[in-house]
Design a protein around this ligand. Sequence first.
Ligand SMILES: [Zn+2]
Length: 275
Amino acid sequence: LIVTPPSFTPLLDPRDVPGARTFAFRGNEILIREPDLALPDEAILRALDVDPAALLPVGIYEGAYCRTAWLPKDAPAPDGYTYKGLRSLFGRMDEATLAVAGRAFQIADWARSHRYCGACGLETSRAAGERAMKCAACGHVAYPRISPAMMVLVKRGPALLLARNVAAPPGRFSALAGFIEPGESVEDAIHREVHEEVGVTVGDLRYFASQSWPFPGSLMLAFTAEYAGGDIVCEAAEIAEARWFGPGDPLPELSPRQSISRALIDANLPKQGTA
Ligand SMILES: [Zn+2]
């Protein structure tokens, strides 16, 4: 699971200290050096014309001030550097740094998309003392948007219900998941999504864990549930295939180890070597 380490401290106010670590994003890709995955230094930021005032505070990690910036769509890659999607760094970059990068990305992407007021269209400015963009003209305040989503692993005895989403890589199965609608509790969303996506009903919801998933600003809340009734009927627009995997069934391809989907499934697999 990718979670920011307890030693990370979030920060709202910028610090002017040497040795800052800068997570710079062009679209949803991070600027890093190949092959050592180093972050850009001051000289690189200057070469890219990054306004020091536009650097946004993220936090302190391993004693270093971490900050973030978004770069224009046409920003070039300086010599030796490249732009990479965070997901492509799973398994290459250490997970704690990836988690901080995920935070940085959500902050940079929010700042990029809230330069103008969503209510009146005039320019916004950063509010002091909180992570917010404020419109001086109409008073509108915009905070980073986090979209809660639920994930649920449905169990029937030792068997697990796994589904292949139409948008997933071919052959990859996962627990069911979906965004929470306005007005719903997480539990409401679980009952609704499970029934919509695979036609069954569930009970005995149990919280498992949560994970920030910055693609873009999701917070995934993972549960298990017990099968209560119904036959599997897949919602064609969403689910290509769904079935029960019992003990002894070969497991399909699963999500990467860093995802909460994988952690949820791994924690509920029947113990190997027991009858
Ligand atoms: Zn406004």
